[in-house]
Design a protein around this ligand. Structure first.
Ligand SMILES: C[S@@+](CC[C@H](N)C(=O)[O-])C[C@H]1O[C@@H](n2cnc3c(N)ncnc32)[C@H](O)[C@@H]1O
Ligand code: SF4
Length: 405
């Protein structure tokens, strides 16, 4: 092509690409690593234990599926990447680096792109954490779960509290941003014991904490123990007191409850998880990953095959391991956006909700139930937003089925 023509088409394509990027919604990218050293008895995430893992084959499959997804999504601004699991800290740092590089080539990374990796204190070691940082990870999410050895044993964890603390200290010195997870409302846990553990956790916290109430998930070892009466959870009243104590202590330490189980210093919120709760576009690659992506005029619900080996075979055959992809119709979009958005302290913007779901916010909820919930102090309706109060968020599971039309 002659130079002038090349210049013209070059700038035309640049402009065209720039306008496509500004029209298309920004993207959050989730990458799933489905393997763990052992299965924790409470966990129903898509995680598998294998004697041997063909790391290069899984790395190649993830890269291939990412390329396939990128080709159909087109140019997008990439706001976050999240390596979740499973235990992604078991991935080779070179694989993490290759995936970050590929994502930043396929898409246009935001200047302040957030790149999180979930790590487990058992698999964390000095050289690995530093290598993950070098690969481009700028936020670590560490699965501490408890700061007490007996509780860790009860949760089936393979690390001690001391190992978790050492990993935390090391991670703080390496990563600009750091979060860790704890599970509370454990069997036999008293309010006083949780307060003491929380005090310790808050003293160790950086800009973010995830504090989850233990839930009994179908199909887990804990479910069987719970059903047989061997595992007894704190009663509802104690659980509520534990939840309130958590939010109060976190707030005193400067970490606001911006979501039901997530606490952050100003600006420390997980941008990736905010994309889910705000019902923004996110792509999910890897076994069992799901996504909500705008393609053409549709919002597609995507899901990949859960079994790692079957997923990898499908990727080798078709370039992707999708099981099914369905357009999300406006009524379903509205339901999903409500389920997600009311988890957030900021609530749901009516204008954004309507633009995203094609349903008016006030048409998506039962007006009588909204009034009753406002009177009871569970909801707030401002001119621009629908917000679940702290009390409302604590009861969200009970509230939502009554509220959502
Ligand atoms: C994908 S998992 C974990 C990451 C990492 N593999 C680990 O175990 O540290 C994300 C988090 O969900 C939480 N979680 C998993 N199952 C849970 C349950 N049944 N109840 C409460 N929290 C749970 C744990 O805190 C866990 O760290
Ligand atoms: S909690 Fe983490 S380490 Fe345990 S089985 Fe689930 S994903 Fe794996």
């Amino acid at each position: 092509m002659p130079q002038t023509e090349q210049k013209f088409f070059g700038s035309f394509f640049q402009k065209r690409t720039a306008s496509l990027i500004s029209d298309a919604p920004p993207l959050a990218l989730y990458i799933h690593w489905p393997f763990c050293l052992a299965k924790c008895p409470y966990c129903d995430f898509n995680s598998h234990v294998r004697d041997r893992i063909d790391q290069p084959a899984f790395a190649a499959a993830l890269l291939r599926e990412l390329a396939w997804e990128a080709a159909r999504l087109g140019p997008r601004r990439l706001t976050s990447i999240f390596f979740g699991g499973g235990t992604p800290s078991l991935m080779a740092p070179e694989t993490v680096g290759a995936l970050i590089d590929a994502a930043c080539t396929h898409f246009r990374p935001a200047a302040d792109i957030e790149i999180t990796l979930e790590a487990n204190p058992t698999s964390v070691e000095v050289s690995r954490l530093a290598a993950f940082r070098q690969a481009g990870v700028n936020r670590l999410s560490l699965g501490v779960q408890a700061l007490d050895d007996a509780a860790l044993a009860g949760l089936g964890r393979r690390h001690s509290a001391a190992a978790a603390l050492a990993a935390l200290e090391l991670a703080r010195s390496i990563f600009p941003r750091l979060s860790f997870d704890l599970i509370y409302a454990r069997p036999g846990q008293t309010l006083a014991a949780w307060r003491a553990e929380l005090r310790q956790a808050l003293a160790l916290a950086a800009d973010h904490l995830s504090l989850y109430q233990l839930t009994i998930e179908p199909g887990t070892a804990f479910e069987a123990l719970h059903r047989s009466g061997t595992l007894v959870l704190p009663d509802e009243e104690t659980a509520a007191a534990l939840y309130d104590a958590t939010a109060e202590a976190a707030a005193r330490a400067g970490l606001a409850a911006y979501e039901i189980s997530n606490y952050a210093a100003p600006g420390g919120e997980s941008r990736h998880n905010l994309a889910y709760w705000r019902y923004a576009d996110y792509a999910g690659i890897g076994p069992g990953a799901h996504g909500r992506v705008s393609v053409g005029g549709d919002l597609l619900a995507t899901r990949r095959h859960r079994a790692p080996e079957i997923w990898a075979d499908r990727v080798a055959r078709d370039g992707h391991g999708s099981t099914r992809e369905t357009p999300v119709v406006p009524r379903e979009r509205a339901r999903e956006a409500l389920l997600m958005g009311l988890r957030l302290a900021e609530g749901i913007s009516a204008a954004y909700f309507e633009a995203r779901t094609k349903v008016r916010l006030d048409d998506a909820v039962d007006p009588d139930m909204v009034s009753a919930a406002i009177d009871a102090g569970y909801l707030q309706r401002t001119e621009s937003h629908l917000i679940a109060t702290g009390e409302g968020r604590r009861r969200l599971d009970a509230l939502l089925p009554r509220l959502v039309l």
